[in-house]
Every structure is written in C-alpha cells, then in structure tokens.
Design a protein around this ligand. Structure first.
Ligand SMILES: [Zn+2]
Length: 218
C-alpha cells in the first residue's frame, strides 16, 4: 500500500476543517480562506470564489514559496493576507486562516475598542492561543495594501482583525490555526455580551502569571 503523502493528508485536512467551520456558521457564502504550508515551503490555498463548505482536495491551489501558481484552481483573491503573515511572523508558521465571522467583525465596528489590544482579558485561552489581537484599518477587498497591513504587525503577532472585514490568524499547524480562530471568535462574542455590564476581567497579575507560565509574547 502506498503511504499517504504529507500533501494529500494536508489537502484533506484543509477541506475537513473548512467544512466544519462552514457547518457551524463561521463561514458563509464564499467568504473565508485557508492556507497551509508544506515542509518544502509550497502553499496549499483555498480557491477563489469557493465555499469553505464544499471544497475539493484536488482543486486546492498549489503555490510555490514565492507565490507563483503551480497547479489547481486559482487561489483566493485575498492570498496576500496569507503570504504576508508567513513572511512577517517570527514563530514557525504552518497555516493561516481568514474568516468573515460575525462576532469578530461586529467587535471591529464598535466604539471603545483598543486597536493595539482589542480583546479585554476575560478568560485565559484567548491570551494563550492568540497573544495580543490588533485591529487593522479597513481596506477595500483586493487592495494590495492588505498584505502591507499584515506586514505592519509586529513579528510576535499571531492574530489581527481587519476592521469591517474579518479576522486573520496564523499558527504553527493547521489545527492550531483553526482552534485559535475559534477562540478569537468566542472571545469577541464574550466581549460583546459583557462589554456594557462592567465585566470582572482577569487582573493584571493574573495576565502576567499566564504570560510567564506559557511564555507568551505580547
Ligand atoms: Zn476577507
């Protein structure tokens, strides 16, 4: 029996996790895109105009490390968000997920959101999985400056939200990127639920203890 290659496994995993995000309402229409990096630096990217609910593993775009389209369907028009994150992030980066998920977008529209740290420290896991989440300015879809906006993040960043558009999350593996994205969406939802009720957030000392215990770069 021929062993399953890393590429085949990753193609199937992208489609499985994308369908799961779609089934749970985190991706609608043709919104949202995912990329994952193979060991040799080539990128698998979800195609333009496709629904995350119904991807074909064989149809994913395969890009060379420099972004050249090698095979499969044309990649998402938002591919610059992905390539920029692989470029800028200091920690090993194996996947990038971008969604238009409602609670992260809703939080990006509200007043009194700190663009340098948009999630108040309500629970520990968003801090552990995302670090500090920055709010980036609105840019029109397809604007080449979208990649520049991601490149403006500090190298320790793992997540950002494009205002009036949606979140972008990077992580070491595809599964970790999806989990961190789910954590971001849940944290945005909690923030919106509690924000006008003076929630009892974690104290500075509690946040510092997390940062120390899990060696989080903020
Ligand atoms: Zn988008």
């Amino acid at each position: 029996m021929t062993p399953i290659s890393e590429e085949t496994r990753l193609r199937e995993r992208i489609c499985l996790l994308a369908a799961s995000l779609h089934a749970r309402g985190l991706a609608h229409g043709s919104a949202g895109n995912i990329s994952a990096r193979l060991d040799d630096g080539r990128l698998l990217v979800t195609p333009t105009g496709s629904s995350l609910g119904f991807l074909d593993p064989a149809g994913l775009a395969l890009l060379a490390p420099d972004g050249t389209h090698l095979s499969g369907d044309a990649p998402t028009k938002e591919v610059a968000l992905h390539t920029a994150f692989y470029e800028v992030r200091r920690a090993p980066t194996g996947a990038v997920v971008h969604l238009h998920s409602h609670h992260s977008v809703a939080l990006s529209l509200l007043p009194r959101v700190d663009p340098e740290d948009m999630l108040p420290p309500l629970t520990p896991y968003p801090i552990m999985q995302l670090g500090r989440v920055r709010l980036l300015p609105y840019l029109r879809p397809g604007d080449p400056a979208l990649g520049d906006a991601i490149r403006s993040l500090p190298p320790e960043a793992s997540a950002a939200v494009l205002a009036n558009h949606g979140p972008v999350v990077a992580a070491e593996t595809l599964d970790k990127a999806v989990f961190a994205m789910e954590e971001l969406e849940a944290a945005a939802r909690l923030t919106i639920l509690c924000r006008d009720q003076s929630p009892r957030a974690l104290t500075r000392a509690q946040v510092e203890a997390l940062v120390k215990a899990f060696r989080i770069e903020l």
